[in-house]
Design a protein around this ligand. Structure first.
Ligand code: SAM
Length: 374
């Protein structure tokens, strides 16, 4: 359970909470400060350290650069992990992420990180940095494991950054991976948003590609490989990009020799040097804003062979008004964080300078686009 300490509220914290907070951080502090545990005045040293920490915490109540102190409690209400987010020169930094020494390896730091990221997203903070000392392998590993990317490295420190939305999305898809195919099927059977017509979308994509006898296919957001597996079995050369390792693990079972890139769409492209005959987005491009969709589709022009085609299958409508109607119809289950393709939006964008567009509305919910390279 996440608790947020900030501003004047910090001055009113109960002694018990302050003690528990200090107890999380009180791990090797005596040694860190160069004292010996056998010093005759060790109790006085410990007491001074504790005083310093509490003074620091109280000073946080007035620190305008402190976004908040984040406190994670276990089911027994004990503080087991803490961290803070600090604003510095236009950037937000994750600092002081610590787990209580008696609670290591229970995933509390991970849970705290995710809760903090959700909170940052609510506050529209979409990128977070973290600076780690190079002599702290545990923390370096934690950052790497959680998808932080290195932005700067010197002899003393490594600076990381994390895209907040992508990390949250990755966690959601990792959790969903095992049941993904089942829930798509269920939604399709109900003939309901979001997956009504999924199979028709799938086979439309496969039909377009299998018109070519041989082809190199890139699927962006490959998921469990539901779309590309039949093509793989027919001998097409498949590359899949996805930010969820759990999704890729499943796709790999079905497509052993396919190439997979574990990354978000833009970082994934940095790892690709070849060109493709087809680039597919099946129910995946809607995770980007409309502007980002258009930018990415234009960038992908460089990754297409001559006459190459981008295929998008997704929840889709002809016009914005149609999309609004769909949203009203499915208001109870509508996902406000997804930006479904709309033909009119694409037609009115710069995309037409790069591609010849065609579109088929599959049913009330779904549609399939073809963008042929000009
Ligand atoms: C709804 S699933 C679709 C999977 C598959 N294409 C299909 O049609 O069944 C969306 C997939 O896109 C991936 N994804 C979402 N946003 C992404 C991003 N920004 N970069 C890379 N992959 C992303 C998710 O991890 C997930 O596997």
């Amino acid at each position: 359970m996440l608790e947020i300490w900030k501003g004047k509220q910090i001055l009113q914290l109960k002694d018990k909470d302050i003690e528990q907070w200090f107890d999380v951080l009180n791990n090797g502090l005596v040694e860190d400060r160069g004292f010996n545990i056998n010093d005759s005045n060790i109790e006085e040293i410990k007491s001074n350290i504790r005083k310093d920490y509490i003074e620091y915490l109280m000073s946080c109540s007035m620190d305008e650069n402190l976004q908040a102190y984040y406190i994670f409690r276990d089911e027994y209400n004990v503080i087991v992990a803490v961290c803070r987010i600090v604003f510095d020169e236009g950037e937000y930094y994750l600092e002081g992420l610590e787990t209580h020494r008696n609670y290591y390896r229970k995933g509390f730091a991970t849970q705290l990180l995710l809760e903090v990221l959700l909170e940052l997203k609510r506050n529209n903070i979409l990128k977070v940095y973290s600076i780690v000392r190079n002599h702290n392998p545990k923390s370096l590993n934690f950052h790497k494991k959680h998808g932080f990317t290195i932005v700067m490295e010197d002899n003393t420190n490594t600076k990381f950054s994390l895209n907040v939305e992508n990390k949250i999305r990755k966690e959601l898809f990792d959790r969903w991976a095992k049941d993904y195919n089942k829930s798509v099927l269920k939604s399709e059977k109900e003939g309901s948003y979001p997956f009504a017509g999924y199979s028709e979308v799938k086979y439309s994509i496969i039909d377009i590609i299998s018109d070519a006898k041989k082809a190199k296919v890139l699927e962006m957001g490959v998921g469990t490989g539901e779309i590309t597996k039949p093509l793989y079995d027919l001998g097409y050369e498949i590359t899949g990009v996805d930010l969820s390792n759990k999704m890729i693990e499943i796709a790999k079972i079905h497509m052993e020799k396919a190439a997979f890139i574990l990354a978000d769409f833009s970082n994934g492209l940095n790892e690709i040097s070849n060109k493709f005959d087809f680039i597919v987005f099946s129910y995946s491009i809607h995770h980007l804003s409309y502007n980002d969709q258009i930018e990415l589709l234009i960038k992908l022009n460089d990754y297409l062979n001559e006459d190459g085609v981008i295929i998008i299958g997704d929840v889709s409508t002809f016009t914005i008004e149609d999309m609004n109607q769909l949203q009203n119809k499915y208001a109870d289950i509508w996902d406000d964080e997804e930006y479904y393709p709309i033909l009119k939006k694409y037609q009115l964008s710069r995309l037409t300078d790069f591609y010849k567009l065609s579109y088929v509305q599959i049913n009330e919910v779904a549609g399939v686009y073809k963008f042929r390279k000009k």
